[in-house]
Write a protein that binds this ligand. Sequence first.
Ligand code: LLP
Length: 413
Amino acid sequence: MNNFHLVGEELWCENVALPSIARDVGTPAYIYSKASIVNNLELLMGAFESLNVQICFSVKSNSNLSILRLMADRGIGADIVSGGELFRALKAGIDPKKIVYSGVGKTAPEIHYALKSGIGIFNVESEAELHAISDIAKAMDTIASISLRVNPDIDAKTHAFTTTAKKENKFGLPLCAAADLYAAAHSLPHISPVGIDVHLGSPILSLDPYRRALELLSDLYGRLHAMGIKVHTIDIGGGFGIVYKDETPFTPIQFAAILAPYAERLKCNFVVEPGRFVVGNAGVLLTTVTYVKKTPSKLFYICDAGMNDLIRPPLYDAYHAVVPVMQRKAADQTIADIVGPVCESSDFFGKHRTIDRVAQGELLAVRSAGAYGFSMASNYNSRPRPCEILVDGSSYSVIRKRESYDDLIRGEA
Ligand code: LLP
């Protein structure tokens, strides 16, 4: 359920017509459905109810403060990868104890900030990082709770750029090195090893990689307990797939079912780090067709949104459905490339798409753009980034203003 639906021939978000939002705020604009986000959170919370699972929303997928506030209000934690994401999560009111911090390159100021904020767990990705955290914790006279992020060399069958747990990836530590490093961590007075962490990649459509990872992690868990290192948490990461086109992702209930036997056997807590699952289908990028351009070989719908606003299609060859906001029953179809105004041939939302014929000035919606849309947007070509809108029932609010030309040069000399 994503709450973007047709009312007559017109696409609405919840009880608001998309053209009315476009009239008020202009395009391009990111439009999110609050009901969809809340519904997705409730699916997760319901599935994990009988297990001890902390849901940590992956802030990188959508970092808007108002979106993060929806998480905070429901007791959801955060998966962060930078000081900036920590700042946002705290501003939104997320409980610092429910924050887990991953990333291969945490800097000393970032580690200091995270310790000062009292975050829950550092997911440590190298021996050098372990010692950096230990030194900073010592200087601050505090104790850092850590998990080691292991790299189990599992192929999650995602795009090469979003695969994170194969041995050639920069993420995590080889499983074979983990026990020794846990022993080293255990001996450091300002480090407390509390868990084991993994993130396999994203988006993942099969439960198999998670099953394999859980098996390997539970072995390590047993070994650590035998060594007297009483870790209590398994962080299985995020990456839960969603429907972009015709995929059949697993459900949170199915995911919970693979955790249950381990919960029973190990008596452990879990952390999950979903981002895309929560927000992906809850957002669209609304754009206006600036020009229709016909060449001898192609028909182009040239939009006012571009790759700087949504980079997933060129970056990952990702599929996003593109649909007209007015879907006339009598419309005839055509084949077009849906492109932006950016000066790159990689600036496209869809190529060779079968789509209703639209005219200059009409609105298109790029679907499933709630995750890794605005959060990966840039100012390339000196384009101000779009506004973000949160629809709630029959009303909506601007949760991020459209950038101005002045915003583009802020801080420049
Ligand atoms: N945890 C860690 C440590 C991660 O690195 C990620 C994503 C997640 C959780 C959340 O994954 P999710 O549940 O949202 O799939 N920009 C790409 C995705 C890169 C994700 C990087 N890490 C995209 O647009 O598909």
